[in-house]
Design a binder for this molecule. Structure first.
Ligand SMILES: O=C(O)c1cc(C(=O)O)c2c(n1)C(=O)C(=O)c1cc(C(=O)O)[nH]c1-2
Length: 255
């Protein structure tokens, strides 16, 4: 089998955008203004677990990377989410906490991971564990769903103020910040991927890695759909009580 040219390979990676979670029914409903306050809150609380783990994931990638040039650029991702000392700009995690407050969630409940559904936790943990075990080039490739992220951030900025006027506008600053940060990350992650995966087999492997990451994002929303849209939160069928607001599931093991 012959390898694709660099341009063809880049296009194959971009074609995966058809399967991005922007097309998940939960996100479509959110974009169309059809989500209830409880659904938005559930999404914000669960996505916070992703946010919390992004810098852990990026630190794992750096721990596996002997290339100084790469680390010098990659470290910026950690600072973007954690913020840096003396920096006036918000880190992404703090910005997401403010989004939580803007949708009426309690900051401490987010930090306690109170509402994180088991399926969301398993999906996010799979991403972190992959980054720990993979080579840094494979892990860089898995971040490439970010190619498709600016569109979804922009769509929230465009549609939420009209659709969800009850959300305080200052809560949307996370999405604004990510527009430029994601584009910069993608340029770097894409160069690593195009440079590293050059044989036909390696290019197939890269597409499989990207599909793995798409599966993670899609699976997170599947869990949220069951819990918040279909009234089938874990154990609801057994306990028949308000397990959405008083979750019974485990709170994470290795912290
Ligand atoms: O809101 C979204 O839909 C979305 C998706 C993704 C993504 O595609 O992985 C990221 C983000 N947001 C995001 O804010 C972010 O910081 C981020 C980092 C990464 C990554 O894989 O390293 N993905 C994403």
């Amino acid at each position: 089998m012959q390898a694709w040219t660099r341009e063809q390979f880049e296009q194959k990676l971009k074609d995966k955008g058809q399967l991005y979670h922007i097309h998940h029914p939960f996100h479509i409903a959110m974009h169309q203004g059809e989500c209830s306050k409880a659904e938005i809150q559930g999404w914000v609380a669960n996505r916070f677990y992703y946010q919390l783990n992004i810098p852990i994931k990026d630190a794992a990638i750096m721990a596996n990377c002997r290339d100084m040039e790469t680390r010098r650029l990659w470290v910026q991702r950690i600072l973007d989410h954690d913020g840096s000392v003396g920096d006036q700009a918000l880190g992404g995690i703090e910005a997401w906490l403010r989004l939580g407050e803007a949708v009426g969630l309690d900051r401490q409940d987010l930090l306690d991971e109170k509402f994180v559904l088991p399926g969301v936790r398993f999906a996010v943990d799979a991403y972190v564990n992959f980054a720990r075990r993979a080579s840094w080039q494979q892990a860089a490739c898995s971040s490439l769903t970010e190619m498709f992220a600016p569109e979804i951030h922009q769509s929230r900025l465009d549609s939420w103020p009209q659709n969800y006027p009850w959300i305080k506008p200052e809560g949307l600053s996370y999405f604004q910040m990510r527009l430029s940060q994601a584009r910069r990350d993608v340029n770097h992650g894409l160069q690593i991927t195009l440079d590293h995966f050059t044989s036909a087999e390696a290019q197939e492997e890269a597409l499989n890695i990207l599909q793995f990451k798409l599966d993670i994002l899609w699976s997170m929303l599947d869990s949220m759909t069951l819990a918040y849209q279909q009234g089938k939160a874990p154990y609801q069928a057994v306990l028949g009580q308000d397990v959405v607001n008083n979750p019974i599931h485990h709170k994470g093991l290795f912290k």
